[in-house]
Design a protein around this ligand. Structure first.
Ligand code: SAH
Length: 222
């Protein structure tokens, strides 16, 4: 992948990205590390060519199989929530790799990212992009993320990019003591971001802003 492909030109240029960062700051994203990563991660590479000119608009866009790449604001917000006051994330579980954009952002902030996706062809495309961007601390798995990835836990941070009706109970014991889990919760009509923190055997749930995610589905697609 050459420099122009990664840095982008025209609608994917540095100036266009700069405007996105300004917009995210106006919307209240304040974590400097997160903003810097949104600036430096080539979102246009995660989209089909026909849509890449829209990569730095703050919107979700289709990635095929009825799924969408998350809106930059949401990626920034969820990452910021997971970080809390920390500088680094440690061992991270992501559910819903999708195109791999959020995965790439997480990989730069973590020791390791374990990411699960139920739709195989999306996962395969994500794998290629993450390798092009040298995200070597990422492992991908084709599975139903409702079961987490117990063999790789416990996780300091868990992020779900799809909305279940309630926090999947299998995930809670995979959260490390002091760990943070962020997920949208709800149905097609109404969803909220929820932050679950663990202290010993005590789990505390905080309901945050209203959001709009694709549903968390069970089973896998080949
Ligand atoms: N952050 C991703 C979001 C993709 S949309 C991106 O920006 O591309 C959410 C993804 O979650 C979809 O790819 C969907 O297939 C996946 N998903 C939904 N339910 C899942 C489950 N139970 N296990 C694993 N992946 C799931």
């Amino acid at each position: 992948m050459n420099k122009i492909a990664i840095e982008g030109i025209g609608m994917t240029s540095r100036r266009t990205r700069e405007r996105l960062i300004e917009r995210l700051m106006e919307q209240g994203i304040s974590n400097y590390q997160v903003l810097e990563l949104i600036r430096s991660t080539p979102r246009h590479m995660f989209l089909d060519e026909a849509l890449s000119h829209r990569a730095y608009e703050d919107v979700a866009l289709p990635i095929g199989y009825n799924q969408t790449i998350s809106q930059p604001y949401i990626v920034a917000r969820m990452t910021e929530i997971l970080m809390g006051g920390a500088k680094k994330l440690g061992n991270v579980l992501e559910i819903g790799t999708g195109c791999g954009y959020q995965t790439a952002i997480l990989s730069r902030l973590s020791d390791q990212v374990l990411s699960v996706e139920r739709i195989r062809p999306l996962q395969e495309k994500a794998r290629k992009r993450l390798s092009t961007l040298k995200c070597y601390n990422v492992q991908l798995r084709h599975a139903d993320g409702g079961f987490g990835w117990p063999a790789k836990g416990p996780f300091d941070a868990i992020l779900s990019a799809a909305a279940p009706r309630e926090v999947p109970s299998e995930l809670l014991p995979q959260l490390a003591d002091g760990g943070r889990l962020v997920t949208p919760i709800g149905d097609e009509r109404k969803q909220h971001l929820v932050l679950v923190t663990r202290e010993g055997d005590e789990y505390t749930e905080q309901v945050l802003e209203q959001v709009n995610f694709v549903p968390f589905l069970s089973g896998t697609v080949r």
